[in-house]
Design a protein around this ligand. Structure first.
Ligand SMILES: *[C@@H]1O[C@H](CO)[C@@H](O)[C@H](O)[C@H]1NC(C)=O
Length: 262
């Protein structure tokens, strides 16, 4: 009888996530910073610059729709007159890039996501990749633990591009992956020839058991989706608890999220 009561008490405490030891001040502060990358109410209005080719928009629409289905964020078409802060998809600058996370700046109604003509290979690959930046995620190979997974040949990296390999640091770096492990199949991982001088190889995979190539995924991996769902507290979506070496989300949330479970 006593044992029963004890177990019952434990499970009640457990269901409110109170059995987890809270992270340090530093870690809770770091998570608050990471949470500032999130879009309010999980709502992400998107507009296209009028010069963005109609024929290329389906890449972005396709990625939006899949992410809306697989996660709890809402990537929505905003009308011309919609005055909410939004992503402006443009093509007037070279390259494929996006501002990291929610980036509202004084006097600006929008934040950039640029896709020029070189950004439409691999079906919707680059649209996914840039949308994940806009939702708050850095490249996989800047994760704080990347040295355990890839060797970076610094002398082969084009010096003007070295910043692309700067690791995330401190508690913010440790928590940025949201408790799911490093993933070679992430859509946020660069290929091993990225930014090489004369196309030299700049990275080598360290885990011999990994077969295949990094940086070639054309859809988000399970860990990409899990990290996104964890960051935005999508409790009803895929959280990656089944991924080897991941911290169960209830535990990760109980330890590090400054706000209680909603
Ligand atoms: C956005 O608009 C396009 C073009 O009309 C449409 O195909 C797509 O389904 C819309 N996406 C969403 C999320 O409403």
């Amino acid at each position: 009888m006593k044992l029963w009561l004890f177990l019952l008490a434990l499970s009640v405490v457990g269901s409110f996530g109170q059995e987890y030891e809270r992270g340090s001040e530093e870690e809770l502060e770091a998570m608050k910073k990471l949470q500032r990358r999130r879009w309010p109410d999980r709502m992400i209005p998107i507009k296209f610059d009028s010069n963005f080719p109609q024929a290329k928009r389906h890449h972005v629409y396709g990625a939006m729709e899949a992410l809306n289905t697989l996660t709890c964020v809402n990537l929505v078409n905003a009308s011309e007159s919609d005055d909410r802060h939004h992503i402006l998809v443009s093509n007037f600058r070279p390259g494929c890039f996006a501002a990291l996370g929610y980036s509202k700046r004084p006097g600006k109604k929008s934040q950039p996501l640029n896709l020029n003509q070189g950004c439409f290979y691999g079906r919707n690959k680059v649209s996914y990749h840039e949308l994940l930046h806009a939702l708050g995620f850095h490249h996989m190979q800047v994760r704080f633990e990347r040295d355990n997974f890839v060797e970076v040949y610094k002398d082969k990296v084009n010096p003007s591009q070295w910043h692309n390999f700067n690791k995330e640091k401190g508690a913010e770096g440790r928590l940025a992956g949201m408790g799911v492990p490093y993933d070679y199949n992430s859509i946020m991982h660069y290929p091993v020839f990225a930014f090489g001088i004369n196309n030299a190889q700049t990275m080598k995979v360290k885990k011999e058991e990994f077969e295949g190539d990094v940086g070639v995924s054309i859809i988000p991996s399970r860990t990409d989706l899990a990290a996104l769902n964890r960051m935005y507290e999508c409790w009803d979506h895929y959280l990656g608890d089944d991924i080897i070496d991941s911290t169960p989300y209830a535990k990760f949330h109980g330890q590090y999220f400054p706000n209680p479970r909603k």
